[in-house]
Structure formats: structure tokens, C-alpha cells
Ligand binder design. Structure first.
Ligand SMILES: Nc1ncnc2c1ncn2[C@@H]1O[C@H](COP(=O)(O)OP(=O)(O)O)[C@@H](O)[C@H]1O
Ligand SMILES: O=c1ccn([C@@H]2O[C@H](COP(=O)(O)O)[C@@H](O)[C@H]2O)c(=O)[nH]1
Length: 218
């Protein structure tokens, strides 16, 4: 059976992981596999620490798309994968990988979750988590200083130099590809809708809509 693939995109700190965790909690972890795009950041061990700190991690070119597409394809076709692991404190790929088994539901999560057209075409449900920039920045400061060994100055500099402009250029436009836009981040009503849609499909009660009722997709 083909898996039900969900894309969860949105800016850094918008609440993507939270929405993903809530979906998993609601439908049962045994039914879901998460495909976290953050694992696909390119390894920067060839650079000095100073050089690594100047990399634009918010440009799509910062990710290993070739590997990502290959592993996404495998998982979508029911093949277990070796997921790379990324260390945000050193900007390097760890030596170890984690085995990820396919499941009935696959959630692709990341700022570029709806960026790749081919991957998007496999997604039956595309979600964009839309949270105000000031809230996202506050959350990012808390996380990066607390968990990713950054200073307040470095977070502010990275945000104004890379995160903000790249969000506008590459992340925000992917909202266009979404079926559902969750305003203000995770909320109960949105989650209920998403989960009920998933349950309808995976419990076999797929609703067959009359296509004449809808506009042509562009
Ligand atoms: N709707 C919400 N209301 C309040 N805090 C939230 C909400 N959604 C997420 N958060 C918090 O914001 C932070 C960033 O959320 P996270 O899901 O990790 O974002 P992302 O994965 O998009 O970077 C976390 O500490 C999380 O608990
Ligand atoms: O080495 C790195 C790699 C990425 N980042 C930042 O991570 C965020 C995306 O992750 P979220 O979990 O969605 O916040 C992206 O905005 C990059 O700037 C990094 O700081 N260092």
C-alpha cells in the first residue's frame, strides 16, 4: 500500500516539529515515520569554525538534496533508510546514521518541506505552519542560545543576514503549495482537521470526491 505522505513546512521556530509531534501523538507512533530535513544539511567539517559560522544555512543549497530525494524515494517505496544525523553545534554530519523504517504515514518536516516540486507531488497533504516573524525570532533566540551553543549577538546577526531574507525568498513562497495553512502555529482546531483527514484515509474510508465539484489545479 502506498504511504500517506504529509509535508509540514514553515519558518524556523514556526512550530513545525510541534505540529508533527501532535500528529504522531494523535495517530500513534507505530503508524508514522518522520523524515526530518534538518538531517540533510551538508557536512561543513572541511571549513574552519569561523567559516562555518558565516555559512548561509537558510539557502536551499545548504542541504544535500541529492541524498534527500534518494532517501525520500526509498521510504516512499517502502524501503528502510539510513538517515544521516546532523550536529547543529559544530555544523557537521555525524558518523552514525539512524535506521528509519517505512510506515503507513510519512511526515516530511523542514523549512523547505514544500520546496521541492517532485517531493511535493508525492504529498497527499501539504501543510504550512504560519507564525509571525517576531514570535519565531524569540523562539529561535531561546533555542539557539539554550541548545545550539550560540550567543545573542550571533543569533541576531544570523537572523538579519540570512534567516529573514531567505525566509522571504525561499520559504514564504512555498505557502502557495500548501493545502492547509495553520495561522499562528499549532492550534487544536487545525490539528483536529488534519488528524480527521488522516484517519479518514488510513482507516480505509477514503472519501471519493466528485472531481466536477472542484476547480482545475494550476
Ligand atoms: N502554538 C504554540 N504556542 C506556543 N508555543 C509553541 C507553539 N508551537 C510551538 N511552540 C514552541 O515554540 C518552540 C519552537 O517550536 P518548534 O515546533 O520546535 O518549531 P520549528 O520546528 O518550526 O522550528 C518550541 O519551544 C515549542 O514548544
Ligand atoms: O548548521 C546549521 C544548520 C541550520 N541552521 C538553522 O536551522 C534552521 C532550520 O531549522 P528549524 O528547526 O526549522 O529552526 C535554519 O533556519 C538555519 O538557519 C543553523 O543555524 N546551523
Amino acid at each position: 500500500m502506498k504511504p500517506f505522505i504529509i509535508g509540514v513546512a514553515g519558518g524556523s521556530g514556526s512550530g513545525k516539529s510541534t505540529v508533527t509531534e501532535q500528529i504522531i501523538h494523535a495517530v500513534g507512533s507505530e503508524n508514522v515515520t518522520i523524515f526530518i530535513q534538518d538531517n540533510f544539511y551538508l557536512d561543513r567539517s572541511n571549513l574552519t569554525m569561523e567559516e562555518r559560522n558565516r555559512v548561509n544555512f537558510d539557502h536551499p543549497a545548504a542541504l544535500d538534496w541529492e541524498l534527500m530525494r534518494k532517501l525520500f524515494d526509498d521510504l516512499a517505496n517502502g524501503v528502510p533508510i539510513q538517515m544521516p544525523q546532523y550536529d547543529f553545534t559544530t555544523h557537521t554530519r555525524k558518523a552514525e546514521t539512524v535506521t528509519i523504517a517505512p510506515a503507513q504515514i510519512i511526515v516530511v518536516e523542514g523549512i523547505f518541506g514544500l520546496y521541492d516540486e517532485t517531493m511535493c507531488n508525492h504529498m497527499a497533504l501539504r501543510i504550512f505552519v504560519d507564525t509571525a516573524a517576531d514570535i519565531r525570532l524569540m523562539r529561535r533566540m531561546k533555542r539557539d542560545i539554550g541548545e545550539r551553543a550560540r550567543t545573542l549577538d550571533s543569533v541576531m546577526e544570523q537572523y538579519s543576514k540570512f534567516v529573514r531574507p531567505m525566509h522571504k525568498k525561499f520559504v514564504e513562497p512555498t505557502k502557495e503549495a500548501a493545502h492547509i495553512i495553520i495561522p499562528h502555529g499549532s492550534n487544536k482546531a487545525a490539528l483536529e482537521m488534519i488528524v480527521s483527514r488522516i484517519q479518514t484515509v488510513i482507516n480505509g474510508h477514503k472519501i471519493n470526491l466528485n472531481h466536477d465539484m472542484f476547480f482545475e489545479e494550476e
